[in-house]
Write a protein that binds this ligand. Sequence first.
Ligand code: CP
Length: 315
Amino acid sequence: MKHFITLNDLPNFQKALDLAKSLKESPYSHEDIGKRKTLGLLFFNPSLRTRLSTQKAAQQLGFSTMVMNFSNEAWALEFEDGTQMRGIRSEHIREAAAVVSQYCDMVAIRAFASLTNKKQDEAEIVLKSFAKYAKIPVINMESATGHPLQALADAVTLEEHKKKYRPKVVLTWTPHPKALPHAVANSFTQMMSFQEADYVIANPKGYDLDKNITKNIPVLHNQSEAIQNADFVYAKNWCSYQQYGQILRTDEKWMLTKEKMSLTKNAKFMHCLPIRRNIVASDSVLDNSNSLVIEQANNRTFAAQAVLKILLDHA
Ligand code: CP
């Protein structure tokens, strides 16, 4: 594996999942493999979990880490080739990526979707330009279209809590006052293609995800119907994909409540965090013992640790 941009970059998904689980059992079992190596973490957007869990993962493998908030600390980057750089962008990605490659042995990058230009977002300019011009492995810490570290962690959480071979797992759209990207929903859906499960997506009309990602997965426009007998309910907001970046509704009808969860088979509740209480899900859902959100965040460390180890193993 040269880079970790999507889950499909993993040489073997099941082996990565097993490795993450074994690292959770024994986090320091490979504590020297990153010795005298440096992981750079570049953030174009805010983070709590990804920033801390990826650093912790690196440290548990012996890496040193360097963190930089590109949005307010670094020179603004130019990604276009052949341009005369008269504007506010002071540094070209060609130099920036080459320079970072001298200080770091791997670089992890967070660069969200703009949600204003679908074509540009889908081109993943930031991540793919780093992958093109850096001489070191690039790790996706949430890009415009995917959040594979979250999805791998969610796979660990599902595995830990599933009580039958083929559980019913529902990804449901929930309301949110801001336009949010599709990255988490996309990667969760890609991850579910590796799972034995009855996987269903629920979202209001106008919110269907990219059909290249959902493929033949059932998409229901009635949340109550979708979550009937579910074993896991994963809540997430995303903006409209068809009317790209738009918020089409903010009403509470799709918020997850205790009453809604009673339609399920005592389902576990999942969300990647951060979550807006009493908008995405009610306090009664989040504070219920069936909520796995804190464990999901915990599993981020071991998912990141597995990815770092696989990249080292394939260096
Ligand atoms: N779930 C997740 O990626 O959290 P952060 O945005 O806080 O990193």
